[in-house]
Design a protein. Structure first.
Length: 652
């Protein structure tokens, strides 16, 4: 028990520093992402550093739930990768401690972290998001610092374009100033040219004071600007020279904080209880609006009108239009007609009455479409707001659940690949998190747009990754080599023909030497079987015959067994030449088409399932080609071994 406690402490001490380090790295990455996205909104506005620091503090709090799963994945991969690389994990398993027991202390710790993340998401994140978005909107709305470039028109002032040829950095004087003032309209443009000028801000930072020296002003003559004139008349203008002119330009340079109330009522600023309360109230309100509107629409429909109108029989020429409505004459009423035929009622009317009826109907339909189109857009916005509340409510659970999923992906993965450090774990972690991020965003957008239900979209990423975590944990517990690169490299080598070579070493103690007479007979039989196989299979196997056999090759299987039987006997030889030549026998068990091993009935089904059956058939042809090469090699080795045995006179 004491050893187990020490092991738990050892794992926690190994995991915690890595977890803190990776969490800081991941949080820094998310902060840089935010900076790259909004850097244009913050640069050049003269915002104080404490406001920027406050904004980044709230951004960091907001991104904690995003950085936490990635940090857990990264840290668990590094922890178990280091333990596997340094053989510490192997020592623990050799002591009789299972991988599940090794993961137990970290699992309990991360359960506590996931629960804490839920409360953090529920209580802290709404406040931090409200303050973050409030600061961000305030920063966006702040006017930029006035920085007029040289030799370029600056349009940063409302209604005015300023051109400065050169700026004196020491005296802060502007040389060769030109101003185009279109604040009163383009047709009433005012142009000011000055030899020099200077700009300063008022005490309350709400105005700019522009002082111009030695210049002229040109503008249209305002007294005659509205008087009608002939096109040939010249437009009078006013020219004014000045030694000094001061202009007062509105320019609010103060930083004003936006009210937080605009975000507190949105879904980003609510906890779980507030979200549920808002969903209930909005749902009741939306249902009541739909009920009222449906009743109103039904009351305006023809079905409602017919239900409350006496049955009438049309008489030619008796209908007329009164106040935009069609009325049937009293002499056309009958008591025994249960149904009104609208087609016959319309066809008997005069042309002018028909035109009036059509115009009235079209006008009513257009009004209904416009009215209910506006109401539909309003209801659509209400439904979207409810969906946003639902997605935010589910997000508070999914991010905490993702922490546990990523641990059960990272820890087994690290135990399987046994690679520590920052290289391989960083690559794998980023790849898996990108997959998770893409799936999560797809689900979120589907839920937000109403294509999927909110719980379906928000839990899709967890549903996809949970089987992966269970699969990797199962493989790690059973010491699987599923992620061992050498396993896949060997499979590729075997597929392309780079087979494994035999390795036979001379035995120090041989209990019984081979009976070379019997071995020679076996080699001759093997040689004869191989030649018969080559002669019988010189042509490509027919597609239907291949599937009738179920993809198997009994003759090749028998040859493989005979080769292994001869090799097992010759392994006991004390002659180096015989042992070396025996190693030249090919290993053909993995090349014959019998590796598919399916029933003939299923084979015929696959034969008609094109292109699946065709692909398998082409692979079998390639493998059959490799098989024929190996059998030819076996024929050559048999001949050489018979010659060696006869030449050495090893027979009794």
């Amino acid at each position: 028990m004491r050893t187990i406690k020490r092991l738990d402490l050892f794992l926690l001490k190994t995991f915690l520093p890595l977890f803190i380090m990776t969490f800081g790295i991941c949080l820094f990455i998310f902060l840089m992402q935010f900076l790259w996205k909004y850097v244009d909104e913050m640069v050049g506005k003269g915002i104080e550093m404490y406001i920027i620091a406050k904004l980044f503090f709230y951004v960091a709090l907001t991104h904690v739930p995003n950085a936490l799963p990635l940090a857990i994945l990264f840290a668990s991969l590094m922890t178990f990768g280091n333990l596997g690389e340094q053989l510490e994990l192997l020592a623990m398993k050799a002591s009789g401690i299972s991988l599940v027991r090794i993961m137990m202390p970290l699992t309990l710790f991360l359960v506590i972290v996931a629960i804490s993340a839920f409360f953090f998401q529920n209580n802290v994140i709404p406040v931090s998001q409200v303050k973050m978005y409030t600061l961000l909107v305030s920063v966006k709305q702040k006017s930029p610092e006035l920085e007029i470039p040289e030799s370029t028109f600056y349009p940063g002032l409302s209604g005015k374009n300023i051109y400065v040829r050169k700026k004196d950095k020491k005296t802060k004087m502007l040389r060769n100033v030109m101003i185009y003032d279109s604040s009163e309209g383009f047709n009433n443009m005012r142009v000011i040219v000055a030899d020099s000028g200077q700009i300063k801000t008022s005490v309350d930072k709400k105005y700019l004071i522009l002082s111009l020296f030695s210049g002229e002003s040109f503008e249209n003559y305002k007294e005659n600007k509205n008087r009608a004139r002939d096109a040939k008349d010249a437009v009078p203008y006013r020219r004014e020279s000045f030694d000094m002119m001061e202009m007062l330009i509105e320019f609010d340079g103060n930083f004003s904080m936006t009210s937080e109330s605009m975000f507190q009522d949105r879904y980003v600023g609510k906890n779980l209880a507030s979200l549920q309360q808002s969903i209930d109230s909005m749902t009741v309100r939306l249902d009541s609006i739909k009920s009222v509107e449906s009743k109103a629409l039904f009351s305006q429909s023809y079905r409602r009108t017919l239900a409350h109108t006496a049955h009438v029989e049309p008489v030619a020429g008796t209908g007329k239009i009164v106040d935009g409505s069609f009325v049937v004459g009293k002499d056309s009423l009958t008591a025994n007609k249960p149904v009104i035929n609208f087609d016959s009622l319309y066809s008997i009317q005069k042309p002018d009455v028909k035109m009036s009826l059509l115009s009235y109907s079209k006008r009513n339909i257009d009004n209904l479409l416009m009215n209910y189109g506006f109401k539909s857009s309003t209801l659509s916005f209400e439904e979207k707001e409810i969906r946003w509340h639902h997605t935010e409510m589910h997000r508070k659970f999914t991010l905490s659940f993702a922490c546990l999923i990523f641990f059960f992906i990272g820890a087994p993965l690290g135990a399987i690949i046994r690679k520590g450090g920052l290289g391989a774990p960083a690559v794998i972690s980023v790849f898996l998190f990108i997959v998770y991020y893409i799936i999560d965003n797809i689900g979120y957008k589907m839920a937000r747009d109403g294509i999927w239900l909110p719980w379906q979209g928000m839990w899709m990423s967890s549903t996809v990754l949970l089987p992966l975590g269970v699969f990797l944990t199962n493989k790690a517990v059973n010491d699987s080599v599923i992620l061992n690169a050498e396993t896949y490299i060997d499979a590729i080598k075997r597929f392309v023909g780079k087979r494994e070579f035999r390795k036979i070493e001379k035995k120090d103690i041989i209990m019984e030497l081979p009976d070379y007479d019997a071995v020679t007979v076996s080699l001759q039989n093997l040689n004869r079987c191989c030649k018969q196989y080559i002669a019988a299979n010189s042509r490509r196997m027919h597609y239907i015959n291949f599937w009738k056999q179920g993809g198997t090759d009994g003759e090749a299987e028998q040859i493989a067994l005979e080769i292994e039987s001869v090799v097992s006997i010759l392994e006991n030889s004390d002659q180096n030449l015989v042992l070396n030549k025996t190693m030249d026998f090919p290993i053909i068990n993995t090349y014959h088409p019998a590796s598919f091993k399916i029933s003939p009935r299923l084979g015929m089904i696959l034969a008609v399932c094109f292109p699946v059956g065709g692909i398998i058939y082409l692979i079998a042809l390639y493998r059959r080609k490799l098989l024929r090469q190996d059998i030819k090699t076996a024929i050559r080795v048999c001949d050489e071994l018979i010659e060696i045995i006869n030449g050495k006179n090893m027979k009794k």
